[in-house]
Design a protein around this ligand. Structure first.
Ligand SMILES: Cc1ncc(COP(=O)(O)O)c(C=O)c1O
Length: 368
């Protein structure tokens, strides 16, 4: 048979999403499970966003505003960035895809650190591109190593700051010298999906760097801090020229009307933002103390998730915890077989995670 799919698709593995609670409970016949697997907001959606969705329901017969006027205006005011430098997406995932479809032709090359967010490589290879992955150094991003991998065929370089799955950050100084080393015309994607959780003041912030690099695209999302993962809305900042090219390629109604209304309202929800950040910080404190007491290694995090090294192998611990109704993430596909990744949850969920981990490790004879 003639080749059915485009080159590169045959070897792709579907993105492994966190297991949905409903699926686990249906398969195992259990109830009362918790999910700490997809770095979602444990408090639910922003209440102002939820109300905005209700208020817009009766307009669903109409197409969305394809220009995203109100949301872009609000983002423009908040970040002091003109609207023509802003693009909206069906989640920041869609913007990753849009960047690749706009700037990378089949056969072109891209560079990323590894492990990092799995979607970059999937999208590049799905578009017929080649990806070079530069291994992390002591679980930090090797920026110099990435620069060295750039060739004349390189069109896009991906950086995730803070990095998923490690939760580590790149400093402002390191980012500035990295950007200086990027040849003209190479697009730098700075994925800042978790930037709002960062407390380390020396961390690079893409919004402040836009004017230093005309080929920089900064991506943000409403999925994490604002609790709108199910609505699918993200945004990006770049030069008017790059935004113009991406607008030529994007679908006209890529950001749906409920998502636009919810995101616009969420930007005003300062009490929800405060509560979310407090919940995450307190959760991190509790989890660190508990893991320290158990003598379990973890990577200090700047995000709402943790990379934890587990005795007994990540996949095994993941499966055993799943049977007890606690959904976490095994890190096999990130090449970290000794690790699990967990999302910081509500206090009761964090306690349940720790109790279940203790139980599982003692049942394995690893921990008494
Ligand atoms: C680093 C990173 N970028 C982007 C995304 C996708 O976010 P969105 O829901 O906006 O598509 C995620 C989601 O897990 C992520 O971890």
């Amino acid at each position: 048979m003639k080749r059915l799919v485009r080159k590169g698709v045959e070897d792709l593995i579907p993105y492994p999403p966190g297991k949905p609670i409903e699926e686990l409970e249906r398969e195992m016949g259990i109830s009362g499970s918790i999910k700490l697997a997809s770095n979602e907001n444990p408090l639910g959606p922003s209440p102002l966003a939820a109300q905005a969705v209700m208020d817009r329901i009766s307009t669903l017969n109409r197409y969305p505003d394809g220009s995203g006027y109100y949301l872009k205006t609000k983002l423009s005011e908040k970040f002091k960035i003109p609207s023509e430098r802003i693009i909206l997406g069906n989640g920041s995932n869609e913007l990753i895809e849009l960047i690749v479809r706009t700037f990378l032709s089949p056969g072109d090359h891209a560079v990323q650190p590894f492990p990092t967010f799995l979607v970059y490589e999937k999208v590049v290879r799905g578009a017929g591109g080649r990806m070079t992955s530069v291994p992390l150094e002591k679980l930090g991003i090797d920026l110099q190593g990435m620069i060295e991998e750039i060739t004349p065929e390189t069109r896009v370089v991906f950086l995730c700051n803070p990095n998923n799955p490690t939760g580590t950050v790149i400093s402002r100084d390191a980012m500035r010298s990295f950007l200086k080393g990027i040849p003209e015309g190479v697009i730098v994607v700075l994925d800042e999906a978790y930037m709002e959780f960062v407390t380390d003041k020396s961390t690079a912030n893409g919004v402040d760097l836009l004017d230093t690099c005309p080929f920089l695209v900064v991506l943000r999302t409403f999925s994490k801090l604002y609790g709108l993962a199910g609505l699918r809305i993200g945004y990006g900042f770049a030069s008017p020229m790059l935004i113009d090219y991406m607008n030529r390629v994007r679908q006209p109604f890529n950001a749906n009307s409920l998502a636009q209304a919810a995101a616009t309202a969420a930007l005003d929800d300062s009490s929800f933002v405060r509560e979310t950040l407090e919940t995450v910080r307190e959760g991190i404190g509790y989890l660190c103390r508990s893991l320290d007491e158990m003598g379990i290694e973890y990577l200090p995090t700047q995000t709402n998730f943790f990379l934890i090294r587990v005795p007994g192998g990540g996949k095994r611990i993941y499966e055993l915890m799943l049977r007890k109704g606690v959904i976490i993430r095994s890190m096999d596909s990130y090449d970290l077989p000794d690790h699990i990744r967990i999302t910081v949850g509500l206090p009761a969920e964090n306690e349940r995670f720790i109790t279940t981990l203790r139980e599982v490790l003692s049942e394995q004879g690893i921990f008494s």
